[in-house]
Design a binder for this molecule. Structure first.
Ligand SMILES: O=C(O)CCC(=O)C(=O)O
Ligand SMILES: [Fe+2]
Length: 204
């Protein structure tokens, strides 16, 4: 999982011509590029140790439950915790500029401490993404976990996209409105994973 060349710094490959697009139903798509960021050990270490992770609690039924992952959200003008993440965001913005029509701006981060941490089925439908096509680009660091996708309309099979150290997945088109995604819990022994989600402004 971790890079063999431990002291090699992060390197971010150019995006043009390397992404594979999967067209889903209803105008949704995902682009994938495994191993987009190499030499990611340094980024992962920084994310684990320097991000001020927060535990959240949310109302559920008649009680309050712990959100099963730690969170941190970086606004448009906030310095990201590692320069390679700024470079990743800027490369994504440049590559998708024509199709997206605006840059990626915010960075949401999740820390899945082990296989018991997860995110339940949902679409990122707060803000403009409830009505309009948009993109959410996710870069993963650390232990691999599965990102699952299923159409809201039901019917089609659930799709599984394994997300490992340095992998990129971009959900685009109507994906947030017409499909749902999840990171399921796993009984396999897995170490921590951090995901960094880049979104345009007013998409969450
Ligand atoms: O961790 C991931 O890859 C997905 C996180 C996610 O879906 C979210 O924060 O909205
Ligand atoms: Fe999400």
């Amino acid at each position: 999982m971790l890079d063999l060349m431990g002291d090699a710094g992060p390197a971010i490959e150019p995006l043009p011509g390397r992404l594979t697009r999967h067209h889903l139903t209803a105008g949704a798509w995902v682009d994938v590029l495994p191993g987009w960021v190499s030499g990611s050990d340094d980024i992962f270490e920084t994310l684990l140790t320097e991000v001020p992770w927060r535990a959240e609690r949310r109302p559920m039924y008649d009680g309050v439950v712990d959100v099963p992952r730690l969170l941190r959200w970086y606004g448009r003008d906030e310095q990201l915790p590692h320069p390679a993440l700024t470079e990743a965001r800027d490369r994504l913005s440049a590559h998708y500029r024509a199709e997206l029509g605006e840059p990626f701006a915010t960075a949401g981060m999740c820390l899945y401490r082990d296989g018991r941490d997860s995110v339940a089925w949902h679409g990122d439908t707060l803000g403009r993404s409830s009505r309009a096509d948009t993109m959410v680009a996710i870069v993963s660091f650390g232990s691999p976990r599965n990102l699952m996708l299923r159409p809201r309309a039901g019917g089609a099979e659930t799709l599984r996209f394994p997300q490992g150290h340095g992998d990129l997945i971009v959900m685009g088109g109507s994906c947030q409105r017409t499909w749902e995604h999840a990171i399921p819990k796993t009984a396999r022994p897995v170490g921590p994973r951090v995901s960094v989600q880049f979104r345009p402004i007013n998409v969450a």
